[in-house]
Design a protein around this ligand. Structure first.
Ligand SMILES: [Zn+2]
Length: 291
């Protein structure tokens, strides 16, 4: 079956037609948006969908979501988009003339990686973490997204590493994301990227050593704790902070093997994400096709 996959992140909207049997991507299009104006983004989404035909539509949205009794999804809060308490599915259905399947963006990414990327062939739970501007994560169990009692299971970025520590975009303090996410790293370093901080720390520059030291200490421990709790078959790690640094993925893999129970790591595959910017649209389309 072919389906349309859409991904809406904090600064971009992307769409493509996906062959959900093979993962083939046709007509991938990505456009920048300014966020905030939900009507303008729904309009761009409507144009992208209309250009691709009458197929099921799956949407990965960078937001915490709630589902009502009829199955319609609304946004509770989307910090990177500036949205709160918005009836998203109803607005999209009014624009495109059919009901979409809307999931959290990392649920779509994880499902895409599980079907056609780093997780293909995985037998057993698949846990996917992306370290980009923030930290997103999702769990696939028995071929479906496991999202917990309230739809927000697996939010590794907002587990705490230091009570009362650095402020986080979620409104709390001391979250992992506030030490490891790309936006937090830029704030802590007055505008540097993860790769610049890693390189400066490697040269022993005093401003960078504690910032990068915290990343290399806290992220592997957090991932090891995930492995200890969930005993996944595959742990997939990706996102810009991983992709644009030289040694962080290897540091994470070594830390997981050192800190997680050996019975959990003996059969664990630790993999880098493979689908890049297309993971979200692939996963969203596959979820739409599977409902
Ligand atoms: Zn937080």
């Amino acid at each position: 079956m072919k389906a349309i996959g859409v991904e809406i992140g904090g600064g971009h909207i992307a769409a493509a037609v996906i062959d959900t049997g093979t993962g083939a991507v046709d007509g991938f299009e990505s456009a920048a948006h300014a966020g905030k104006d939900v009507g303008a983004i729904v309009e761009v989404l409507g144009r992208m969908v209309a250009a691709r035909g009458e197929m099921r539509v799956g949407i990965g949205l960078a937001a915490q979501l709630a589902r009502d009794a009829s199955g319609d999804v609304s946004v509770r809060v989307a910090p990177s988009l500036g949205w709160r308490d918005f009836a998203f599915d109803a607005a999209v259905a009014a624009r495109i003339g059919r009901k979409p399947r809307t999931v959290n963006d990392l649920s779509a990414v994880a499902f895409g990686e599980w079907r056609f990327g780093a997780g293909r062939g995985t037998v057993g739970p698949f846990y996917c973490v992306y370290i980009g501007s923030g930290i997103g994560s999702a769990l696939i169990v028995d071929g479906a997204v496991y999202d917990g009692a309230s739809g927000v299971a697996g939010e590794l970025g907002h587990t705490k590493v230091k009570p009362g520590g650095e402020p986080c975009g979620c409104g709390q303090r001391g979250c992992l994301e506030a030490y490891v996410g790309g936006l937090a790293l830029a704030r802590l370093s007055q505008g540097k990227t993860a790769s610049q901080i890693e390189a400066a720390a490697g040269r022993g520059e005093s401003w960078a050593v504690p910032i990068w030291g915290a990343v290399c200490r806290e992220l592997p421990i957090a991932l090891a704790n995930v492995v200890a709790i969930l005993n996944p078959a595959t742990l997939c790690v990706g996102g810009g902070v991983i992709d644009h640094t030289e040694r962080l993925f290897d540091t994470c893999a070594a830390g997981v093997r050192a800190f997680a129970p050996s019975v959990a790591t003996a059969s664990l595959a630790i993999a880098k994400s493979e689908l890049g910017a297309r993971a979200g649209v692939i996963g969203a389309a596959c979820l739409a096709a599977s409902k």
